[in-house]
Design a protein around this ligand. Structure first.
Ligand code: NAD
Length: 386
């Protein structure tokens, strides 16, 4: 089994499709057998770059003719549900970009379909298996910080609710690596300096479902006594340096930023103690000269292990759905002013339920149609800085 080459098809050949394709192309145990896109120019570009002649505009035809083991679905989020369901119908393993879906009803249906077809689902939260996160894991395993007590994560400054769906999804998935299961969520969310109201519920930019809240501060109770905080605050200007995670342990701290990681050999900050850089951990087959991103490669490497061992991916569909439970729990807690215990029984989008509960549809009307593009969307909220 360990010498099988897994056949991979890429469904969606723009930015994230190329990133995924480079990783599958570089990995010695995977081979890209076909590409699919609705736009011929994108097929031509990626097909030429990676020398993949089998190109399709119809995904069903592609799967029937090429029989891939895995189909990667790097498309806009609003298409994830339909495309996952269509591909799984063929009995093929999938990976889908993050966030997995836009609500829990969709995520449940995808996982039910995958189970009925005996297929695996992975969600492309590649940071969890990247060199920085693997360095944190090694430090935890070596006992460098003792017992984990607390996890902290922040976004990059997008409008809170959108930042949660777009970037928070990665951070929550990272946290789950160390917190295991999230049992409950408590949130504060404000818009224009006051708690969110049903009129603040809006369609997300980039097709990421329904959101609310300009500034979101969420707290989590994970397995054991581990708690955590996630900040998704809108900044006047985006700041990717804010996208960090910290782990507080009984004997030390760990800090994550992309491919890099640091260790503070004591639990509390003191000015005379320095953070020590940790050696990043790369997948065995990753070559420094590879064109693929090391985290995307790590994601592919983990998929190969998963299929070899008939195991679940670190970033499995089950984890992706739990991330979505947490995000929906964040919105529900903010809206209703309650602690939300997970997993929630009601799988409807909580913001739509809240809106319907508080106001008859006649009073509030339909949700506004808003631009998909983020800066145009922000302008419609009266915000010109990006
Ligand atoms: N993991 C990450 O780090 C990361 C980073 C940025 C974006 N994303 C996620 O990636 C996704 C967007 O990726 P993108 O920016 O490359 O998307 P995109 O919308 O730019 O490109 C998607 C491509 O898929 C094609 N496509 C759509 N429907 C199709 C169909 N039915 N059949 C064939 N082709 C089809 C489109 O023609 C397009 O070329 C989002 O879910 C976003 O959240 C992830």
């Amino acid at each position: 089994m360990k010498d099988k080459i897994y056949r991979v098809a890429i469904l969606g050949c723009r930015g994230r499709g190329r990133a995924a394709a480079l990783a599958y192309h570089d990995h010695p145990r995977t081979q890209i057998v076909s590409l699919c896109d609705l736009v011929q120019e994108r097929l031509d570009n990626l097909g030429t770059e990676l020398d993949v002649p089998a190109q399709y505009t119809d995904l069903d035809q592609m799967i029937q003719e090429n029989e891939p083991d895995i189909v990667a679905i790097p498309t806009g989020t609003e298409f994830h549900y339909d495309l996952c369901m269509r591909v799984l119908e063929h009995g093929v393993h999938i990976e889908v970009e993050k966030p997995m879906c836009v609500d829990l009803i969709q995520a449940d249906a995808v996982m039910a379909k995958a189970e009925s077809k005996k297929c695996k689902v992975a969600v492309h939260h590649q940071g969890r298996v990247g060199p920085g996160m693997l360095a944190l894991q090694r430090a935890v395993d070596q006992g460098k910080i003792g017992q984990i007590r607390y996890l902290y994560g922040s976004g990059k400054g997008y409008y809170g609710g959108y930042g949660l769906m777009n970037i928070g999804t990665h951070m929550i998935n990272n946290m789950l690596r160390f917190g295991q299961q999230c049992h409950s969520v408590v949130t504060q969310a404000t818009t224009n300096g006051r708690p969110i109201q049903p009129t603040d519920v809006v369609p997300s930019p980039s097709g990421m479902g329904t959101i609310a809240g300009e500034y979101i501060s969420a707290t989590f109770q994970f397995t054991g006594n581990v708690t955590g905080t996630l900040l998704q605050h809108r900044f006047d200007q985006m700041d990717t340096s804010a996208y960090v995670m910290e782990i507080l342990g009984s004997e030390g701290r760990l800090f994550w930023k992309g491919d890099q990681a640091w260790w503070l050999p004591q639990p509390h900050y003191l000015p005379d103690r320095q953070w020590e850089a940790l050696e990043p951990v790369f997948s065995d087959d990753y070559q420094r000269g590879n064109r693929s991103d090391a985290s995307d490669f790590g994601f592919v490497d983990e998929y190969v292990r998963t299929l070899d061992d008939d195991d679940q991916h670190q970033c499995s569909g089950y984890q992706g759905r739990h991330v979505l439970e947490i995000m929906m729990g964040i919105f529900e807690s903010a809206a209703y002013g309650i602690r939300v215990d997970l997993p929630q029984k009601d799988r409807q989008h909580p913001l739509l339920r809240w809106r319907a509960d508080r106001h008859s549809n006649e009073e509030l009307g339909d949700l506004d149609l808003l631009p998909r593009d983020y800066s145009s969307w922000l302008s419609r909220q009266g915000i010109e800085r990006f």
